[in-house]
Design a binder for this molecule. Structure first.
Ligand code: ADP
Ligand code: MG
Length: 641
């Protein structure tokens, strides 16, 4: 049998590239051969029947051998070894019918797994592809947000920090730092100079830069999306841990029992019977089927879980660390007041700040740009922009050096705001403040209201209900703002004024009290997302860099599916475990019976086939309940798994 991972890996471009496609149809061969042989046998053509069974067994054996060799070269001593032994043993001992039955069992499992994986893959690709995606085009009059479909070769596109490059093209001028890990697996970001080619699907790991499109978006973006999904799927094998945990012990036990039965009875058929019953399809197939079903269910709710490993971890989470701006708040802040000092009035300060913030994907930046557009201010294109994630942006607007961001950014550039520059300015609950400086002098303080998400409180309560015992708010914003926002919510601790590194430290510290999931939206959250046991990114509006670093991406602009996703994960995991124990238990009983000579190889094969079907049908239950939508309940979730 194959490692479950194989169903998820697209082997495109490799020698065995045809294998995944073949796997889906593999069962047809033994099914046809088995029935042809049985009919021939009934009509008295025993020799023809035996030949047919031998041929189909050999055909499936060829595929099996390539799989075993492949997993052995990867260093996995797979359980498919047992299937290999029992099939070749059946042929060697002239038991072609037994061989054909095992071949059907093996191939049937392969088809089922290919089907389940394909189904989940399709759900995910569809979800990701449905996302409305836009790009910032540099037009004569300034920057315009356009749909990707409207991009044409020759267009100049501004790629903000943390954005995915939307089209294939070339760096316009200066340089760009790109994270290509999703495409090439390369961990280190690379620096590209002007005119060097940039691939869509890579993530801007540096400051904003301009790319000149070389291909229409449709040609390159779809490829980018597909690459992203494929990378997500290839990342972790579903339930690799579980199969690995029990696999080797089971293999050893099987060989011991088979060898013992053979030497005690002197009859190789007994050893074959043990091997046949041991062919551990429940372990190898039911587990991925249950997990993949869980992935597919979660995808249906707008939650992209990157593989079975992440699903397993999701089922075990005990601590939540959550980001504030854009995650717990809606990220669609509104400007409520502007205090200006110095040479510019409030409107001009907003115009300069918004012009610069066009180059940032931060929710506060988007709010400022929207406000400026609403007031019909003429924004100009910023030059040489640098973004410090979670701090703010600096750059040139109309020949003047502008800074927009929080107090940490101003401190970094030695700009002192007249007191009260800090807490005193925070008037109401759920307010964010943005400081603006021009040519090194303080110019304005903008106050925004960034309210809690509608379902924010309810989601936190629901998470608590499904077993999250500690909830920590981790924000780059000020303490007063953060504490006002979560007053009355089930939050155990607030950590404020954090830069990206400090957020990562908070996650690391919380890991001492149990498996931690970190939920965030920004580039400044990406390191913390990667450091957590499970990183969860808001993919609908958040930075692509965060989605990239995360194990789970919420593809809807809401936290609401999260409790449900945990329940789905727990259920899938519990069903997988149940399938393992029940399947292995039944096989073990059969193996002992076979060792004692109570079960012939053929009967054993048929019995094992029945166990497989039962266990796989059981695994498919993970596709159903807990019920869709509505309020998540803990009712039908097996606890204590
Ligand atoms: P959180 O960690 O809660 O998501 P951030 O660290 O992203 O918050 O942002 C905290 C503060 O940093 C904001 O309230 C704002 O003052 C400032 N800031 C960060 N990036 C920007 C930006 N691009 N434009 C304006 N302000 C920004
Ligand atoms: Mg944020």
């Amino acid at each position: 049998m194959t490692k479950p991972a194989a169903g998820f890996r697209k082997m495109r471009g490799s020698v065995v590239g045809w294998l995944p496609q073949l796997r889906g149809w593999l069962a047809v061969v033994p099914l046809f051969g088995l029935s042809t042989g049985l009919s021939a046998h009934a009509l008295g053509h025993a020799h023809f029947a035996a030949t047919t069974w031998t041929v189909v067994t050999l055909a499936v054996l060829v595929v099996l051998v390539t799989q075993v060799v492949r997993s052995l070269t990867k260093g996995d001593v797979g359980l498919d070894l047992v299937a290999l032994l029992s099939m070749s043993g059946a042929l060697a001992l002239s038991q072609p019918l037994t061989g054909a039955v095992i071949a059907l069992m093996y191939a049937g499992g392969q088809s089922l797994e290919a089907y389940a994986a394909g189904r989940a893959g399709k759900a995910m690709t569809a979800l990701v592809a449905r996302q409305p995606r836009t790009a910032l085009r540099e037009d004569v009059g300034g920057l315009t947000e356009v749909l990707l479909a409207a991009l044409a070769p020759g267009d100049h596109i501004l790629v903000r920090a943390g954005d995915v490059v939307p089209v294939d093209g070339r760096v316009f001028r200066g340089s760009a730092v790109l994270d290509r890990s999703s495409l090439t697996g390369e961990a280190l970001p690379i620096t590209l100079l002007a005119n060097e080619p940039v691939l869509s699907g890579t993530v801007n790991a540096g400051t904003p830069f301009t790319v000149v499109a070389e291909r229409p978006a449709a040609d390159s973006t779809y490829a980018g999306i597909v690459r992203l999904v494929e990378a997500a799927q290839a990342r972790k094998a579903p339930m690799a841990h579980l199969a690995d945990r029990y696999g080797l012990a089971f293999l050893a036990l099987t060989l011991l029992l088979a060898g013992g039965a053979w030497s005690a009875s002197g009859d190789p058929l007994r050893a074959l019977a043990v091997l046949v019953v041991a062919t551990p399809c429940p372990l190898i197939l039911a587990v991925p089927v249950a997990l993949v079903s869980g992935l597919s269910r979660a995808a249906g709710n707008g939650v992209l879980i990157k593989g079975g490993g992440a699903l397993e971890t999701l089922a075990e989470i005990r601590v939540l660390v959550i980001d504030k701006t854009g995650t717990l708040t809606h990220g669609s802040a509104r400007l409520t007041s502007t205090r200006s000092f110095g040479p510019y009035d409030a409107v001009e300060a907003l115009r300069l700040a918004a012009s610069l913030d066009q180059a940032s994907g931060h929710p506060i930046a988007r709010a400022l740009v929207e406000e400026a557009r609403r007031r019909a201010l003429v924004l100009s294109q910023p030059q040489n922009v640098t973004e410090s994630p979670g701090e703010g942006v600096s750059g040139w607007v109309e020949g003047r050096h502008v800074l927009v961001g929080g107090p940490r950014l101003m401190r970094m550039h030695d700009v002192r705001f007249p007191p009260p520059d800090g807490a005193g300015l925070v008037a109401a609950a759920a307010t964010a403040t943005v400081l603006v400086a021009v040519e090194g002098a303080p110019v304005a303080v903008l106050e925004l209201v960034d309210p809690l998400r509608n379902d924010g409180g309810r989601t936190l309560a629901a998470l608590r209900e499904c077993g999250i015992k500690r909830i920590v708010l981790a924000t780059g914003d000020r303490r007063a703002v953060a504490e006002a926002l979560v007053a009355g919510l089930p939050v155990d601790a607030v950590a404020a004024d954090l830069d990206p590194a400090a957020k990562t430290d908070i996650v690391a510290a919380e890991r001492r009290s149990g498996p931690v999931m970190m939920v965030g939206d920004g580039i400044n959250d990406a390191p913390a997302l990667a450091a957590a046991d499970l990183g969860i990114a808001l993919g609908a509006r958040g930075a692509a860099a965060a989605a990239e670093a995360a194990d789970v991406v919420l593809l809807v602009d809401s936290l609401a599916p999260l409790p449900q996703a945990i329940l789905i994960a727990r259920r899938a995991r519990a069903i997988a475990l149940q399938s393992v124990w029940v399947g292995l238990g039944l096989s073990l009983v059969g193996m002992v019976a076979a060792a004692l000579g109570h079960l012939s190889p053929l009967r054993g094969a048929v019995l094992q086939e029945i166990i497989d079907v039962a266990v796989i049908l059981n695994a498919l239950r993970a596709l159903g309940g807990p019920q869709d939508g509505g309020e998540p309940t803990t009712q039908d979730v097996p606890r204590g798994a």
